[in-house]
Write a protein of this length. Structure first.
Lengths: 403, 403
């Protein structure tokens, strides 16, 4: 008998009709003789509405109470899912975080699941019951409700798969898997059958909406293979697994791009220890997320240029903070607020020479100017003018045989 | 130092603005040096929306899951209220039903609070904190979430006042008290300063929306005096207390009326034991609520007429059930689906002779025909044509010196 975790995301339980549809998927798996634990997100839109409520009370809404507030969303879906399963003739029951309990540690709104009591639920599964568990939440040692951050429902499913030693962890989403690029913009993008945690992590960080990076990381740390599947189409999804379980015939697995970036270059920054820290400290304190950072070796050992990218919405705040920063000196600040980051990702890259060169050559063929470059072991990212981003992605998709 | 329960109803916490307004009332009471326990309802409309969700999944939605579903509403308001108090600089914390815990017994959707742990909250109050508690809910001995029925948040406030031995129990509502009649329809209706539990119980049963009958009953059984106050106007409200604490200068305290009633008369029913039970059993099983029942002594000892009232929406179902009922015989069924019940209520009635006569005389002066009569110790109800109901209420309001 196979034990499975089936997790349904916010869009997959975004209406009563969709909850009933998801319940039918669960019924099918249950009727096939599997032991099923269901994990649910809040209905799409709910968490955002609740956050907006808290924000209109206070920009610094108490985090303990924010957790009490937000976790209500998954409580609602758990009850509706259990009720829908009952209506389909399935024995099913919702289990709140404190009823299991799901023990967490760490700060409010950003806790980690450290343990879970398995006995009650395992007994229930053995009696043929389906356990429905709200994602995204737990309870601290002091008995307070905690949440485990955005994407936390995926992470909950992964940890449950680990702790309950299930045979699979299936994430049902509004997409049918992970694609070699954004299928809405690049029609030739193809679904990837298997992808490594590391690649998925890069793709998530690069803006692929399929999974939050933190959830991928949880799966990687716990070595839990994940199936990403579509709630709305019966089709094979994408398997996310450790690298050794994947055959790499291609150097590049996917091409990602981000929108809404801005690039800032400080020219003539002093080249001495601590300068970068002095530059980025006020940005970090004001919650401005700095993405790529590129600093060249200085020609004269005294002055250098520093380039970094931020979200476009933060450009004015960042510019003011830099201008008002008494700790740093620079000659001029250049801002380009219409740039895109285009990245190729692939665990096969390590074993394939010339990937980086091939990327630059392809972009040159399209007469696309590269404004900045940053590389990691399984990723090469370039900053280019935003207007060329789709053209670049299409070209790279073809260059690396992903079409 | 005074200990108080302040309870805010659904309309009083119906928006973020209103929650903040309610928090300011709490702050004022807290700043005056009182120890405060706040009880909150779900935001107006929330519970109905959640019920509608469950109904669109199943007309017989699992009651355990319904409790999990509905109690999320007060969880949301508790967190928002605690956060709003924090934002006003008040130490405050929400306490979920299972965190206190609020122990209940009885069926899902209709449980009763039997105990509550006071230690943690009392310590918190002593440290100057405000405890915010979701109304309407508790947890059973087996650890399941339970709800205590509609009007349950008022009942929660009453039980908390009892168990925590508070000095007052103040229910903040969208009305500023209990009126001698519906102030929207009878402009001369006056706010009642003091009313007994018994009278309030009759008025609640007769459709006065101020408090659910079950909550009044809880207050009466526990002998907890209640203050009904307006959230939106600083004004003296209505005190609900035991009869001995009230001076009765008037025989009648209030005039109530119900709308949407229908009257059914069965003519020529067999006059033998068990007939009434046979008539009402199928109605009860189909959840058709029978209100007034009037049966006259039969003239010949063989046949009699039986009149009863139901909600108008149930008239077709009731009619079919009666026609299909093989256990009973009658000559004809008369249905009048446009009737109203008008009632005078007053604990002073017992000591004042002629109240009933005076009521009938007043209605006769207005040429209003009485279709049926039912009396209790502190109430006289008559069924009349619906079109005369406002006229009747106005006349009785004047007759009994309530204007």
């Amino acid at each position: 008998m196979t034990k499975k975790v089936l997790k349904f995301g916010g869009t997959s339980v975004g209406s009563i009709q969709r909850i009933v549809h998801a319940a039918k998927i669960v019924k099918k798996e249950h009727d096939s003789g599997n032991k099923i634990i269901v994990v649910v997100s809040a209905m799409a839109g709910t968490t955002n509405n609740l956050v907006a409520y808290s924000q209109s009370i206070s920009k610094k809404f108490n985090k303990r109470e924010l957790d009490v507030l937000l976790t209500s969303g998954e409580q609602v879906t758990s009850a509706l899912m259990a009720g829908a399963l009952n209506d389909l003739g399935i024995k099913a029951k919702s289990w709140m975080n404190w009823q299991i309990p799901i023990l967490t540690e760490g700060d409010h709104t950003n806790a980690r699941i450290i343990n879970m009591n398995v006995e009650g639920i395992n007994n229930y599964l053995s009696e043929g019951g389906v356990a429905v568990i709200p994602g995204f939440q737990g309870v601290s040692k002091s008995g307070d409700i905690t949440s485990i951050g955005r994407g936390g429902s995926d992470a909950t499913a992964v940890v449950i798969a680990k702790i309950f030693q299930t045979d699979s962890c299936e994430l049902y989403k509004d997409v049918d898997g992970v694609y070699s690029s954004d299928p809405n913009k690049i029609p030739v993008a193809k679904k990837i059958d298997k992808i490594s945690y590391e690649e998925m992590l890069e793709l998530s960080s690069l803006g692929t909406k399929v999974m939050q990076a933190s959830a991928v990381q949880t799966a990687m740390m716990n070595d839990v293979p994940i199936q990403v599947k579509s709630t709305f189409a019966e089709r094979k999804g994408t398997e996310i697994n450790s690298q050794e379980n994947i055959d790499y015939s291609k150097a590049v697995t996917g091409v990602a791009y981000s929108k809404d970036d801005a690039k800032i270059t400080l020219i003539g920054v002093e080249d001495k220890p601590g300068v970068a820290a002095d530059i980025f400290e006020p940005l970090s304190k004001n919650e401005i997320n700095v993405d790529m950072v590129i600093q060249n070796i200085s020609a004269d050992g005294k002055k250098t240029d520093l380039t970094f990218t931020i979200k476009r919405q933060d450009k004015n705040a960042a510019s003011s903070l830099l201008k008002g920063n008494k700790k740093i000196t620079y000659e001029t600040m250049q801002m380009n607020d219409k740039v895109s980051k285009v990245s190729i990702v692939g665990a096969g890259m390590v074993a394939t020479p010339g990937v980086t060169y091939k990327m630059f050559r392809s972009l040159a063929e399209e007469k696309i100017n590269i404004l900045a470059i940053s590389t990691s072991e399984i990723k090469v990212s370039v900053i280019i003018d935003e207007e060329s981003s789709i053209q670049a992605v299409k070209k790279l998709h073809k260059t690396f045989n992903l079409d």
